[in-house]
Design a protein around this ligand. Sequence first.
Ligand SMILES: [Zn+2]
Length: 175
Amino acid sequence: MFKEERDTSQFHWGMIGDIAEGRPNLGATLDVAVYRLMQFTLRDVLIQQYDVATAERIYFQAGELAGRELFKNLITQKTDFSAFIKELQELLAALKIGILRVEKSDLEKQEFTFTVAEDLDCSGLPFSDETVCTYDEGFLSGLLLEFSGKKFDVKEVDCWCSGDRVCRFAVKPVV
Ligand SMILES: [Zn+2]
């Protein structure tokens, strides 16, 4: 599972396992602090061992893979864009990832502005001049890639960290 070398992804949803069977007493949820502890320590070590650019690239790619797998395994609305977004909003709220809204939408140009409130990765972090949700950029990009078959450039333009109350993502097709 994790001890085999690879050049392409070997991730599959089954790796997540049967949580109901494995955690009959503790259940399927955990404290957000634990998720952030894992994300941020891993990111810290990646920056130490490599550099910021490499850590950013790895986080984006991991987020993208997560978005693609989430789409394949949990999204049922795979053809109608509005139905897909509605299901995604409900799913992200149910999974407590965040509250997704479409702030701007130009279907002709396929350009969008998404916001995520109460974001799992950053809401409540100390103020800094950084937008930190690189994993989320990849995640949204992966979801859109699986839905449309096209690559989208997803850039976080506002973040809780940079002083906004929501994360705001500018989305446009890669040309
Ligand atoms: Zn953010």
